[in-house]
Design a protein. Structure first.
Length: 339
């Protein structure tokens, strides 16, 4: 499983509730769906009586997502990200506006959280959550120390001329931000077409705006993290307003080796898969890209650090943690109005 699809799979922590119950709604949304970034997308738009050619709108959506994928996917041969990953240290590469937005926000979040690092792909591979098979033995501490010394957003230089790296071999992976950016691009496209009531979903992450028919709010479900394998159960339904919604957790992707469980969430500060009680983080933010990155970063932090970070930065965050008495939840002050 590649790094991109790994994150896409675990992001299926939120889903739309009641959007298909159209028998009670006199106006049905225009519904479009397709494939992108190794997963699927779904778009629902309430057009308020405006005549819309669905095939034309879908083509515009597809074109926007193809452009994002062609820029940021490691599986597109001549993508911007692959060209940057092949550069030597201190070579400056001109980058597109899309690429600049994503790398700038990735660097900002990396510096702020210390737990989101878009350069840590080789560390993910080392623990067996990249395209290679899982390891047959635990990596040596010397391997981890050496790898940590050669990654980090502090080794990226972004300026008006473009982007450079100060470390040979440094590579980028936008698995925690590119999908959210794709959602934001589609949302912007819809707004430019004059639509104000819509839902955009890619791989389980969402952005909603306005309302459904009859001014009914969009309702989103947070998934129950301890549901039986293969089943999806609702933990809590929320009304997210005009926001991106992203959920991350450690309950979907893991393996066992030598009697120990290793999750796909790795702390770049230690080089180790996380081991704590926090199992699910949901973030609401006007930008789906930012919500996407923050959900991953906060999950790596663990419950108490995530609470403190959410409070310090006034974030809308909902946490689900394990305890001896079952699941324990926490909603930040900014999140509570959406419950």
């Amino acid at each position: 499983m590649n790094r991109m699809s790994t994150v896409l799979t675990v992001s299926l922590g939120v889903f739309l509730v009641g959007c298909d119950n159209v028998s009670h709604e006199p106006v049905k949304p225009l519904t479009l769906h397709g494939q992108t970034m190794g997963t699927t997308y779904n778009v629902k738009v309430f057009t308020q009586g405006k005549q819309v050619e669905g095939s034309e709108l879908q083509q515009k959506i597809d074109d926007a997502l193809i452009a994002v994928n062609a820029s940021m996917s490691p599986w597109v041969e001549n993508s911007e990200i692959n060209r940057f990953n092949g550069l030597n240290a201190n070579e400056v590469m001109e980058i597109s506006d899309d690429f600049r937005v994503v790398i700038a926000e990735s660097i900002r979040l990396g510096r702020s959280t210390k737990t989101l690092d878009v350069t840590m792909g080789p560390l993910i591979d080392l623990w067996g959550f990249g395209p290679d098979k899982r390891p047959t033995k635990r990596p040596e501490q010397t391997q981890l120390d050496d790898m940590r010394a050669h990654i980090g957003v502090d080794k990226l230089v972004l300026n008006e001329q473009g982007l450079a790296k100060t470390q040979n071999g440094l590579e980028l992976s936008f698995s925690a931000t590119a999908k959210g950016y794709g959602i934001d691009k589609v949302a912007l496209l819809l707004e430019q077409q004059g639509f104000r009531n819509y839902m955009v979903e890619i791989g389980g992450e969402l952005r909603v705006a306005g309302t459904k028919a009859n001014n009914k709010p969009w309702v989103i479900a947070i998934e129950q993290p301890d549901a039986p394998m293969g089943q999806r159960q609702i933990h809590k339904a929320i009304e997210p307003g005009n926001n991106g919604i992203a959920t991350s957790g450690d309950y979907r992707i893991f393996y066992e080796m030598d009697g120990e469980t290793f999750t796909h969430l790795i702390d770049p500060m230690t080089g180790m898969p996380v081991k704590h009680e926090l199992v699910s983080v949901t973030v609401l933010h006007p930008s789906a890209m930012t919500a996407d990155g923050l959900a991953t970063a906060l999950t790596v932090m663990g419950t108490e650090r995530a609470k403190a970070y959410a409070q310090q930065h006034d974030l809308a965050v909902y946490l689900i943690s394990k305890s001896d008495d079952g699941l324990v939840t926490y909603a930040s002050k900014r999140f509570k109005p959406y419950l």
